[in-house]
Design a protein around this ligand. Structure first.
Ligand code: UD1
Length: 422
């Protein structure tokens, strides 16, 4: 297994290109199942999660062609051969459940394994199921699999989600594009990845209004066609690299970055004393001399502070001046990075969904363990500002969501290298 060694203390200076959004791409790829014409995705990120989704779609009979080293993906579902998403693939990645809605809408059948235990919480699927049942699907749980059928096809409905789930919104919107009649989805998720999916579905011929607001209206159409779509910038990768100069000092320009992708996050960083400037090419982020100030953070659905940046923010707060409280409201078990940061000298107390961080002058490098995707990158960020060497083990989590992290950071002067495991 690979590990990453970071030697702290180097100020950063340079430019980092932001890739296409993993989470947008993972919803866009299954949209191919809605049409028998090809869907081309430009600006796809090169990540192991994208490979996992490719394998899953191929197991359903989708033809996937990658060009430009995986930056351009063409998917064709003209000859689907299966409607079963196997446990072997789904257990690796929860986003596999995004084939449920489109398969059901296109073929009238879907058998999708439940994702099983996930390190950051229970993450059930009740909101997906309730939404698809409202569209007329019959869904049963047997042998760990959801068996869904839509006898006579799906019908539009008014649905109010009990929580604005990102995945459930994506599944229901995709399914409703081919349903008979109009669907009104209330308490829909508003994340930029949903907006990106809707733009793509519209290019395929879907009739949808209200994306980016809490109510999305979908008027079902007979069939969808092919399209070419450019994946939106990855706001979580953007936020992660915005924290790098805030921890290490210096100035970095994030190419393709836009403030509106991360409104609440930008406000918090500025309150902590970080300077953010919109340039023609992206966002420039700088930390002047001295430590950042402690700020309190509460994770919320978009446009609030993203849960996927909570671990990275905690890494920053470890060396802030003062005491900060981080509250996690989206996932129930998402502070696994705290004990690892404490091995580096951080002062953190976790009580349920709250973590209280008392900033220290400097962290010290240590061997640490990556426990999930965002936790692993938070340890690398912490290592950038720490004294000495930080060895981050089990970085396969990192490769699920960050492409070439060591190259992007070392191009800005960070001392970071990957050690290949057997
Ligand atoms: C997506 C993102 C993930 C991000 C999360 C929240 C992708 C591929 N992943 O995950 O990176 O952290 O949004 O912004 O886009 N829930 C239920 N029942 C359901 C569905 C969800 O209780 O049917 C709960 C979950 O357990 C969790 C919360 O709702 O506590 C948020 O989940 P959701 O918004 O669905 O996240 P994902 O789509 O899984």
């Amino acid at each position: 297994m690979d590990s990453i060694i970071v030697t702290g203390g180097a100020e950063l200076s340079g430019r980092i290109p932001i890739a296409g959004a993993k989470n947008a791409c993972l919803a866009l790829m299954p949209a191919t199942l809605l049409s028998d014409e090809p869907l081309t995705l430009m600006n796809a990120p090169r990540l192991s999660d994208i490979k996992t989704m490719t394998l899953l779609l191929q197991s359903l009979g989708v033809e996937v062609t990658a060009m430009q080293e995986g930056r351009v993906l063409t998917l064709s579902s003209h000859a689907l051969s299966s409607h079963r998403a196997d446990y072997d693939i789904v257990r690796k990645m929860r986003a596999s459940n995004l084939v449920l809605g489109p398969l059901l809408a296109r073929t009238g059948h879907a058998v999708v394994s439940l994702p099983g235990g996930c390190a950051i919480g229970a993450r059930p699927m009740d909101i997906h199921i309730t939404g698809l049942e409202a569209l007329g699907a019959e869904i049963e749980l047997r042998d760990g699999y959801l068996h869904a059928v839509a006898r006579g096809g799906l019908r539009g409905a008014v649905i109010e989600q009990r929580f604005a789930s990102v995945g459930a919104t994506e599944n229901v919107v995709m399914a409703a594009t081919l349903a008979k009649g109009t669907t009104v989805l209330k308490n829909a998720a508003r994340e930029p990845e949903i907006v990106d999916l809707v733009h793509c579905l519209r290019a395929m011929g879907a009739r949808i209004a209200g994306e980016g607001t809490g109510t999305i209206e979908i008027e079902g159409v007979e069939r969808l066609g092919g399209a070419t779509h450019r994946v939106v910038a990855d706001r979580i990768e953007l936020g992660t690299y915005m924290i790098a100069p805030a921890i290490a000092g210096g100035e970095v320009e994030l190419l393709g970055g836009r403030r509106e992708l991360l409104p609440a996050f930008c406000e918090k960083l500025e309150a902590a004393g970080v300077t953010i400037t919109q340039t023609n090419d992206g966002l420039r982020v700088a930390r002047a001399n001295g430590r950042v100030h402690a700020v309190d953070v509460k994770t919320e659905v978009y446009p609030g502070f993203p849960t996927d940046l909570q671990a990275q923010m905690m890494a920053l707060m470890c060396t802030a001046e003062g005491v900060s409280v981080l509250e996690e409201t989206i996932f129930e078990n998402r502070f696994m990075h705290a004990p690892e940061l404490m091995r580096m000298g951080a002062r953190i107390e976790v009580h349920g969904g709250h973590a209280t961080v008392t900033g220290v002058e400097r962290l010290r490098g240590a061997p640490v363990m990556a426990t999930d995707l965002r936790a692993s990158v938070s340890l690398i960020l912490a290592g950038l500002g720490a004294e000495g060497e930080t060895l981050v083990n089990r970085v396969y989590h990192l490769d699920r969501g960050y492409e070439r992290v060591e190259e992007k950071l070392s191009a800005c002067g960070a001392r970071i290298e990957r050690v290949r495991g057997e």
